[in-house]
Design a protein around this ligand. Structure first.
Ligand code: AMP
Ligand code: GLY
Length: 442
């Protein structure tokens, strides 16, 4: 079968790798904004173009007789790539535009939860008028989070008590509206949630939602969870479905919420959600709340979770896109730790075009894996751009073991890059466990 991957980050690299390992021996293609050297190596052929152009991607699929496409990032989904592919009878993993609104329109997501009585929805209001937004913040009686409704490339959300005080929150809500920040002229203001965040991904075939192992991402740039927010500096899973600070009940609640959300999307839009669904949850004092949904795999979380899927990933994708998931999907009982190498100065003032020397053989000998993100390859040499550069993944029986493999592997990548040394260490995981004990009692 001929299969296309849309996107060129580390998430798409791990997706392409998992597809390439299928016993069906697919012929892989990629549609990318720029060359990802890892993806390029796995492909029979690739095309550099604009991944936001549904017509061009569809034309490429028809020209190459591609039967199945897997869309990695959210922006092409929002641009209608899945709609165009489905109309052209190309099977697509990734929801159609109207269903992807669960990520691309935060007021749609919150209003859907309210309308369908989906548990885990914080108190919220949606505003177009800055004066009304200010009055809401004044009368809320608790800390709030300010979110531009539309896509902002992950940089729009600000949290009262972290980024600013009440006056700052009001000023920011006004700024969001007056500068028309994001793709929608609306601001969502919601109750600030407290606890430990975790990510749960669902494999969704329009009706069924199969849950995958819980992951925890680390947004802050520096060790000890300090510094500016990033796209995610690294993440870990435990051997099994649940993270050490969370409970089976947290997992079950998260999955139940995702199932109800998929049903609600169908009821509301008439569209069956087919693809990966990302639920970000806050495990708090009393149960689980929804921080947000994404219409795709997380990045870095995909590098932890996708390789744990025990089975034919291509067949799983085909079934999601077409007749429905039939297979019993299992996961390898291994812990994983993913750490991103990022250019010096990231995220605020990243240095660009730095050379990186990667010794893939030594990394493989150390038991690690790497996935390329924002890099380019020129004359066989790898260079950074301004964003996260290379994801390194360790796998072992324990989180600490996986962390050691990741660190050992990182020694074989040279360049003016940094990473978080604390992700996946006993100390940091213990901090999460202690935090939850403090919230919930022993
Ligand atoms: P988002 O861009 O929606 O992923 O939000 C970025 C980050 O803001 C999340 O990863 C959370 O850490 C934080 N956040 C979003 N919503 C809330 C909330 N209601 N309470 C506390 N933190 C939040
Ligand atoms: N790791 C956060 C995200 O993919 O949205």
């Amino acid at each position: 079968m001929k299969v296309l991957v849309v996107g060129n980050g580390a998430r798409e690299h791990v997706i392409a790798e998992a597809l390439s390992l299928s016993p069906q021996k697919p012929e892989l293609y990629a549609y990318m904004n720029s060359v990802n050297p890892g993806i390029a190596r796995l492909c029979a052929e690739y095309k550099i173009g604009d991944i936001l152009k549904p017509g061009e991607i569809t034309r490429y699929c028809l020209e190459k007789d591609i039967e199945l496409a897997v869309v990695g990032p959210e922006a092409p989904l929002d641009a209608g790539v899945a709609d165009a592919l489905v109309e052209a009878k190309v099977m697509c993993v990734g929801p159609r535009k109207a269903a992807a609104k669960i990520e691309t329109d935060k007021s749609f997501a919150r209003n859907l939860m309210r309308k369908y009585g989906i548990p885990g929805c914080p108190e919220f209001g949606v505003f177009k008028d800055p004066d009304e937004a200010e009055r809401y913040i004044d009368s809320a009686g608790h800390d709030v989070v300010i979110k531009p409704s539309g896509l902002t490339g992950g940089k729009g959300v600000k949290v009262m008590g972290e980024h600013f005080d009440k006056a700052g929150a009001k000023a920011y809500a006004r700024e969001v509206l007056e500068t028309r920040m994001g793709t929608i002229p609306e601001v969502v203001i919601e109750e600030r949630l407290f606890g430990e965040e975790f990510t749960l991904h669902g494999l969704v075939d329009g009706a069924r939602v199969v849950g995958t192992p819980m992951v925890q991402d680390h947004k802050r740039a520096y060790d000890g969870d300090v510094g500016p927010n990033t796209g995610g500096m690294g993440s870990y899973t435990d051997a099994g479905m649940i993270l050490p600070f969370a409970t089976k009940h947290d997992y079950a609640m998260g999955l139940e919420i995702m199932k109800k959300t998929v049903d609600a999307i169908k009821e509301e839009t008439g569209i069956e959600y087919r693809g990966f669904l990302y639920g970000q949850f806050m495990a708090g004092k009393k149960g689980v709340s929804v921080v947000e949904f994404n219409a795709r795999f997380g990045d870095p979380e995909a590098m932890n979770v996708v390789p744990l899927i025990d089975g034919d990933f291509l067949e799983i994708c085909r079934q999601m896109a077409k007749e429905g998931l039939r297979a019993n999907i299992a996961f390898r009982k291994k812990a994983t730790v993913c750490k991103y190498l990022v250019p010096d100065g990231y995220p605020e003032k990243p240095r660009k075009h730095l050379p990186v020397k990667v010794d893939e053989k030594k990394i493989s000998e150390a038991g690690g894996k790497i996935y390329y993100a924002s890099v380019s390859e020129e004359d066989g040499k790898v260079y950074t751009s301004s964003s996260r550069a290379i994801a390194v993944v360790g796998t072992a029986d324990t989180i600490w073991g996986a962390e050691k493999v990741a660190e050992e592997s990182l020694k074989h990548i040279e360049g003016e890059l940094f990473h978080r040394k604390d992700i996946g260490t006993k100390e940091l995981v213990q901090k999460r466990i202690d935090h939850m004990k403090e919230l919930r009692g022993a």
